[in-house]
Design a protein around this ligand. Structure first.
Ligand code: PTJ
Length: 246
């Protein structure tokens, strides 16, 4: 039991959620290691959402609202950490939800689909036979996608991604939005918009921002996207990490 007054209670509770997700077959063991790497960056960020991430969240919400055919790609860590927010974000933006795993097994696909449905998802793409399309020039299991989902999407939201697929999606002409605590990762660099923040903070913020921007005219939304420079934003995040949290 983690005492709620522990100075790092939130971080410890997030670990518990991942371990619980691991026991329920949502998260793969490697996902726990990936989270540890993320935690190290988060520690350097001061475990709070920095200004560049707030800007990135706003631009990402605008871009999701502008997209005609957006898909939220869900892996094991995302399913364990923020299933409710994934479903909410899909609801606000009209995006589809697709399970896409690096360490793909039928059992995990089904467990993640069930978890999303438990939180209100009406349709979950990419499971079983549905993942019949292929992302070209990608050899990992992540190449298997749903023809009605990621394969046809104009915009793909891929939190905690591996760089290969983010690059391959960009080569296919798709817009990529990611959440990655590591501003130096290939994913962070390949994406149109990278939110350098912890997923547990950025997902509720994205839902809130999408709600606030919904109904704004397309020109206003487009301006938010056009004014966002991903390279510049990554450099700002890196400066915070290198300089110590302010
Ligand atoms: O569920 P699967 O089978 O699809 O596997 C998922 C993992 C995460 C294991 C897989 O995608 C993987 O190995 O990812 P990587 O290549 O380790 O990349 C994960 C990235 O996410 C790293 O750059 C981490 O710093 C970052 N990261 C980890 N936890 C968080 C995070 N970024 C934001 N919020 C987090 N909580």
């Amino acid at each position: 039991m983690i005492p709620t007054d522990h100075p790092r209670a939130r971080s410890l509770m997030t670990r518990e959620r991942l371990v619980d997700g691991f026991r329920r077959n949502l998260v793969v063991a490697e996902g726990l290691i990936a989270h540890g790497r993320g935690e190290a960056f988060d520690y350097l960020l001061g475990e709070r959402t920095p200004e560049p991430a707030i800007k990135a969240v706003r631009a990402a919400a605008a871009l999701l609202l502008l997209s005609k055919n957006a898909v939220l790609s869900v892996n094991g860590n995302a399913a364990a950490l923020c299933p409710k927010e994934v479903v909410e974000l899909a609801g606000v933006t009209g995006a589809k939800i697709e399970v896409n795993l690096f360490y793909r097994t039928d059992e995990r696909e089904l467990a993640i689909k069930a978890e999303l449905e438990r939180h209100g998802a009406r349709q979950v793409l990419g499971v079983g036979e549905r993942a019949s399309a292929r992302i070209p020039e990608l050899s990992s299991e992540r190449r298997r996608v749903d023809p009605d989902g990621i394969f046809a999407a104009d915009m793909v939201f891929v939190p905690l991604e591996d760089g290969d697929r983010a690059e391959a999606l960009a080569r296919m002409g798709k817009g990529v939005i990611t959440v990655d605590l590591n501003p130096l990762s290939r994913t962070a660099k390949a994406a149109r918009i990278t939110i350098v923040d912890n997923l547990v903070r950025s997902m509720p913020a994205l839902v809130q921002e999408a709600r606030a921007l919904k109904g704004k005219d397309a020109t206003t939304l487009q301006q938010l996207v056009d004014n966002f420079d991903n390279d510049e934003n990554l450099a700002e995040s890196l400066a915070i990490i290198r300089g110590g949290a302010k």
